[in-house]
Design a protein around this ligand. Sequence first.
Ligand code: ADP
Length: 638
Amino acid sequence: MKKFKAESERVLDIMINSIYTHKEIFLRELISNASDAIDKLYYKSLNENLGLSKEDFSIIISVDKENRIFKISDNGIGMTLESLEDNLGIIAKSGSLDFKKTIEKSDDINIIGQFGVGFYSAFMVSDKVEVVSKAYDSTDAYIWTSTGTKGYDIKKTDRETVGTTIILHIKEDSDASDKENYDKFLEEYTIRDLVKKYSDYIKYPIKLELKKAEVSEATTSEDQEKTESEVDEKFETLNSMVPIWKKRKSDITESEYFEFYKSEFHDYKDPVRVIHTQTEGSINYTALLFIPSRAPYNYYGKSFEKGLKLYTDNVMIMEKSKDLIPDFFGFVNGLVDTDITLNISRETVQHNSQLRKIARNLEKKIKTELLDLLEKDREKYEDFYKEFAVQLKYGIYESYGANNELLIDLIMFKSVKNNKYVTLKEYVLDMKEDQQYIYYASGKSVEQIKAQPQAEIVLDGGYDILLLTDDVDEFTLKMIGTYSSDPDKKDAKEFKSISASGDLGINKDDDKKETVADDTDLANFIKEALGDKVSEVRFSTRLKNHPVCLTEVGEISIKMEKVLKSMPNNNDNIKAQVALEINVQHPIYTKLKKLFESDKETLKEYATVICNQARLIEGLSIDSPSELAASVISLLAK
Ligand code: ADP
């Protein structure tokens, strides 16, 4: 017996001991695997002219109640010895580890499909699983057997036809500590229901083998034997096979869309929106798209792959066509079915200009749908936005603003004034008449910004501030440049950080007096004492109650510096230039002036302390805590 790899063993353990109530989804997973296997062979046949037709394929379910056996067979591509090892033995895919981590958090087995471990759900209902398979183009067949976590065996076996049969030995009800009713999976009516519920749209017929022992009124044991040996075997097709996207919109209920989405795209939450469009014109296509309500577990990771399924005339030719969806809408799931004659080679598909046209149309549709959601169901939109905000904002940034038109009205920031999300349009429409800029501040929370010295004058003036929380935010605003709610871009407003040095467009007269001429020597002295910790020292009137603050000189903010330095490429030379601003209305100013006349050594210690205070207020770290401590102690001892 071969042992499963450690991770596989743990995944299996979770499956076997799962107390999850929806064990029925094992059937959905196995049917979906069977259908994929048929797709692969059919696709190969089209590509290599093997002469197989769609009618040749089917998935057959049969049960033997007495022996508690549930079989599901397909005549798809099958598995070789190696693929049995790779696919069912190792779970070498990174998916299994992610699955384990996620399941430990969410306890929802329904997400298994996402992780490429769907096959293992068979162990939720069986205490032994056998897989008999013969791969296309191969002469040998193999049987894979496992009773769970201990391991598995693979042996040569006989099988005439190409394809795979999964044989489940269904658990006994009495064995179940979880009180699960396993018997029901051997009942025809349960199977009918489950196929209808989860797999109705599967393109190939899912046939149930009916075994109706027509028990006649036979009385003799001889007659009885005869009747049982003449068991009447029939097949009943359980699924309608009409792909949901080929049905008329008016014939599809919302819950049908949702069920389809969840089973096909392995999500356990309903999507926030469904887009179903049938377009006829220069290009004919049907698209069925789903905007999810939450990001998949790996969405912001490297293993995430965006893409829409691509069908031509009902045949899936690509699992994830990347060209059909831009990165910034990469969270959208769905499919496109088109009748354009695509040469069925994946390479050509990628460069097809007609597909690009479809993609452009879909982008616009998604935008319209999201704007509609924003307008009609704000709460739902905000929930969606929280999941994908970074992606949408990044979309603006990475395209150097080329996608502004598609994305700008979809992004939102928290308003510091109201602690609620606002769009840029809403911010601008709410601006005061004399307001020159769209103010923003980087921070963790509204409270943090409110406590910032720089915010006081802005908020007191009645101006709102946008709260920037994500790393990408400031870069995005820089890319946007200016915003106008007017379609002709009249009266566009610039963005302004409340920490920017210089004119904030508030209290203009006072600003002019910012640096008092007499104070130049004092400012220079403090600057000298601080060295390169600050690029400038100013006396300002922008502060009300706070003694000091740091402001940003130039294009790179302190937050941007942090972000750039955390990136892998060499950004070490990047440094935000900051100015130390001292409030001329604060008693500290008078004190500094006095010290400049009488005690320059003490003034140096003051400089260290106030500069570090300003850093602390900003939430920044202190470069040299020992230097600060020495200065404070020395001042206290005086
Ligand atoms: P996933 O289907 O998400 O990749 P599974 O654990 O369900 O993950 O299956 C693992 C792999 O085993 C599949 O990717 C496929 O290559 C193979 N496989 C499973 N069932 C079949 C089948 N009926 N016919 C052929 N290959 C199969």
